[in-house]
Design a protein around this ligand. Structure first.
Ligand code: FE2
Ligand code: FE2
Length: 151
């Protein structure tokens, strides 16, 4: 019914969501300047949604008789979402968010595909509902980026 690929993807996604919570929270705290306020507010809203995603993924792992990992299983990967040295560099945070959301979209597409192949409609449903939130996050931050000159 299920497959190792599904539990691997659920676990990877769970860890990524928690890393995203940490980096969105940090950036929502540290950014300064006139461009920062909207972005900080939006990050604050998304923190709650990303945490809900982690919870859904962890609960699905539990239903599959697996456990989500604790912090010792954690390997950081979101280099582009580290808080900028210049706290007014809102653009770099927006670009980091877009990269994180792109990665998330790719992961949930893979999860959906693996679940569909394994005939696991419940995991498919989890993947689709999270995927739709990530696409909305991506669209919002793509809009923020339009405020900045592109080269
Ligand atoms: Fe998420
Ligand atoms: Fe997201």
């Amino acid at each position: 019914m299920t497959s190792d690929e599904i539990t691997d993807l659920l676990t990877e996604a769970y860890v990524d969501e928690l890393e995203t919570v940490m980096n969105y929270l940090t950036n929502a705290i540290v950014l300064d300047g006139i461009h920062a306020e909207e972005v900080k507010e939006s990050l604050e809203d998304d923190i709650q949604e990303e945490l809900d995603h982690a919870r859904m993924l962890g609960e699905r792992l539990k239903q599959l008789d697996e456990s989500p990992p604790g912090s010792e299983g954690f390997e950081a990967s979101q280099h582009s979402l580290q808080p900028p040295e210049d706290t007014t560099d809102v653009q770099s945070v927006i670009e980091g968010v877009l990269e994180a959301e792109d990665d998330a979209i790719e992961t949930y597409r893979s999860l959906h595909e693996a679940a569909s192949e394994a005939n696991d409609p419940v995991t498919e449903d989890v993947a689709v509902s999270i995927l739709s939130d990530e696409e909305a996050h991506h669209t919002e931050f793509r809009g923020f980026l339009k405020e900045f000159p592109q080269d």
